[in-house]
Design a protein around this ligand. Sequence first.
Ligand code: EPU
Length: 427
Amino acid sequence: MSANPTSREESFLVTGGTRLAGEIPVAGAKNSVLKLMAVALMARGRTTLTNCPAISDVPAMADVLRHLGCTVEITGDTVSIDTPAEVGHVADDKAAQRLRASVCILGPLVGRYHRAVIAMPGGDAIGSRPLNWHQTGLTLLGATTRMDHGRLVAEADRLTGARYGLKFPSVGATETFVTAAVLAEGTSVLENAAREPEIVDICTLLAKMGAKISGAGTSTITIEGVDELRPVSHRVVGDRIVAATWAMGAVMTRGDVTVTGIDPMNIHVVLENLRAVGADVETGEDRVRVRQEGRPIARNIRTLPFPGFPTDLQPMAIALASVSDGLSVVTENLFEARFRFVEEMIRMGVDAETDGHHAKIRGRERLDSATVWASDIRAGAGLVLAGMCADEVTEVCEVFHIDRGYSDFVGNVRSLGGVIERVDTSR
Ligand code: EPU
């Protein structure tokens, strides 16, 4: 797996004017594999995950687990985690702060060891990221939580089943509650649970390990506590956000892309939107072909929890609107700061304005190439797609963000015919 941490000073140079075409396989989902690695803390012995993506967040999570006492090997697309009988419960501050997803060790540690100490993650480029609903879930199961010198401390003498109704179907709060409840005494019920395919994947792994869970993928998840879990092997679900990135790139560049390794149902709403802007979409069991002739038509899009249009594709939706014919309104309902992306699109000559939850974008036939900044993984990918629709060479700076979530981004873009190069701008 080639996922060495990359320099903050690396940029992508993207030459506009090419059309994306060809077939591209998609690896396992970032937002599943990191959680599955954390779930390995819950069973003594070796858990093996296959179809893992070569992204920099995977070795970062491996470091978090190593600091707790696990042995982690990464070979090709396989990650093996050996968990000893006892692991530490204090996450290394620096290892954890490099990776916001380190929050996902909270539920597994409290579930199996009844205690966890993790550095409180701050807000990030996409907005504030509080943990209050994670804490409420743990408290209902019998734990206490408190802040201590910038760390969240959770402790319990015993965990007992509880009923919890989430105010909003938070992905992270669902994971924390479910992972802590699987080893609690008695029955737990989570209402208004997140329904994302990655939640289903985590519950599938837990069930293989011996957990008793029903309702994953629906709004109500029921968990009967068991005494222990056993380690198993599991194949990570395909990354729907990466798959949809290439599909949206095909539409923006008037190309023809087939993405494999993905259940089309996991991007059903995205594909409906692509059909509505004029794309020809064909689906198979584990593949999607998206073709676009002519200019896409403007369309209003609003982000929502699954099965709605994913917030992680909001930058791509804005990039698509920027080259569509007409006025599009994109509404963001999850992460308020994601509209910073619009400022980068304005550098590329787009007529756009934001107002709270809404961005209004009037598309152009072709964008102006410019120097633009990736503020997070998805904004970075959206800017590359925009760069492919620009007149000359666009420099996308700080692409270490993209490396956190996309395996071999340059290789994949080139395999589809895009013209892109990674450069070190520190020299
Ligand atoms: N929220 C709270 N309190 C909480 C938890 C969440 O107010 O205790 C709020 C958040 O501030 C946000 C909303 O609830 O406004 C949704 O947050 P959620 O908990 O669902 O998000 P998350 O678990 O922190 C995951 C993904 C994100 C993805 C969101 C939504 C991981 C590691 N991250 O975050 O992915 O955008 O779900 O689908 O799974 C990305 O991959 O680029 C990324 C940011």
